[in-house]
Design a protein around this ligand. Structure first.
Ligand SMILES: Cc1cc2nc3c(=O)[nH]c(=O)nc-3n(C[C@H](O)[C@H](O)[C@H](O)COP(=O)(O)OP(=O)(O)OC[C@H]3O[C@@H](n4cnc5c(N)ncnc54)[C@H](O)[C@@H]3O)c2cc1C
Length: 389
């Protein structure tokens, strides 16, 4: 596969790598214990141009293509805590792409520019206690009263939820109209009636905060509606593509790193008088896993090339063919990275089960990938639907 990268991409890769290894990695033990990390990480990522590298210069971005975002997702994993990586990717690739695509000039200045600079923290508010995979089942409502929307409802599992300055929020503007009655609103969290009902305890991604939010008669100006009213479901499906693709490249980069580190360990670790890596069973196991990782990489880069062509070159909508490819990436990467992480843990024996080794965290952090941003079952459902079955 020809490399899509230029010298500028390579320089950017070095910069993100240095940020992850030197500025984040030394703190992650503490942040994992604290179940959060400080806000300066968003600010620093913004200042270094990491968050906005793939956004236009007019909104404070670096003017780069989507490959910059791929580079970022691959290098951030070197910080050794998927929770921090996920929080930063929510800020750059999950809560904000739709503002760039649909926002008015004022909305971009008020929400997007400060998010890319790391001055305002963003969250994406889709999932609810009663509706996750089935987005059309959300119950949060936004009722227009004069020049204001009145918002009532709740959201759950929201990454960055305890500290977000704004939420890119999905709400029903026409409660009986199913998919056609949903809108996206930009919701500033300093509004009366809004609150965090619970910070959720998770089995992994500990340094990322995840929250349940409530909205009780919250009033926001009508100008915070993103795009057209009642088109939110369609907009969200477009927005999800960046989330799923960048999640895939990041999860895969983490797993490939785990493979390299495990093989290095196995060359040193002796059992029955020989390094465990000299055993045929492990050589074959790792040969299989490297092959699957390479296949997943090819699948991802093929989808990124199409996504980049449609979104950044032609500036068009994302085609069904690309949506299908992205669903395939998320599905396949989910399975391959699960297998890789589980094998890497097993390969470390008892050490693999100890908190003091990197592999335990990498294993439990990876598990989220088959759930968050659309489950593996939903990816299969989408692939089947696009195939016309
Ligand atoms: C740590 C974490 C962070 C998250 N961050 C965010 C965030 O920032 N913003 C946000 O909005 N959401 C976030 N989520 C929510 C996440 O996107 C949802 O958990 C996910 O989409 C699944 O929804 P659900 O949990 O309601 O599961 P459900 O939809 O209840 O699914 C339960 C099971 O049923 C299966 N299922 C559902 N539909 C079908 C079907 N049609 N066919 C076959 N099987 C099906 C699912 O695959 C799953 O196995 C986060 C979740 C976690 C755990």
């Amino acid at each position: 596969m020809p490399t899509p990268y230029t010298e500028e991409h390579d320089l950017f890769r070095k910069q993100v790598r240095a940020f992850a290894e030197k500025e984040i990695a030394p703190h992650v033990e503490e942040w994992e214990r604290d179940r959060t990390f400080p806000n300066w990480v968003f600010k620093k990522a913004g200042e270094l141009g990491i968050t906005g590298a793939h956004y236009p210069e007019e909104v404070g971005g670096g003017g780069g293509d989507y490959w910059y975002s791929v580079v970022k997702s691959e290098e951030l994993v070197r910080c050794e805590a998927a929770g921090v990586t996920m929080a930063l990717l929510v800020q750059s690739d999950m809560a904000t792409p739709c503002i760039n695509e649909l926002g008015t000039r004022e909305q971009k200045e008020e929400f997007l520019r400060p998010a890319l600079a790391g001055d305002r923290i963003a969250a994406l508010g889709v999932s609810e206690p009663g509706a996750g995979s089935d987005v059309a089942g959300i119950r949060t409502t936004a009722r227009l009263e004069g020049d204001e929307y009145v918002i009532d409802g709740s959201k759950t599992y929201i990454t960055n939820g305890t500290r977000a300055d704004f939420v890119t929020l999905l709400a029903k503007t026409k409660p009986d109209a199913g998919y056609g009655g949903i809108s996206i609103l930009l919701f500033p969290t300093d509004v009366k009636g809004f609150g965090v009902s619970k910070k959720l305890e998770k089995i992994g991604n500990h340094s990322s905060d995840t929250a349940e939010l409530f909205f009780d008669g919250c009033r926001i100006p009508k100008r915070y509606l993103l795009g057209e009213e009642n088109k939110g479901f369609y907009y969200l499906m477009q927005n999800f593509q960046s989330e799923r693709l960048i999640g895939s490249t990041s999860a895969l980069a983490g797993a490939r790193r785990a493979l390299d580190r495990s093989v290095a360990y196995g060359r040193e670790r002796q059992a029955f008088g020989k390094p465990i890596m000299t055993r045929e069973v492990w050589k074959h196991t790792f040969a299989d896993l490297y092959t699957k990782a390479q296949a997943a990489h090819a699948l991802c880069y093929d989808a990124v090339a199409d996504f980049n062509q449609e979104r950044y070159v032609k500036k068009s909508e994302i085609s069904f063919e690309t949506v299908k490819k992205i669903a395939m990436c998320k599905l396949f990467v989910g399975d391959v990275t699960s297998e890789i992480m589980d094998t890497c843990l097993q390969f470390h024996g008892g050490m693999g089960y100890l908190e003091e080794l990197w592999v335990a965290r990498a294993w439990r952090d990876q598990r989220l990938f088959r759930i968050g941003g659309g489950t593996s079952e939903v990816m299969k459902y989408m692939i089947a639907k696009i195939m016309g079955w």
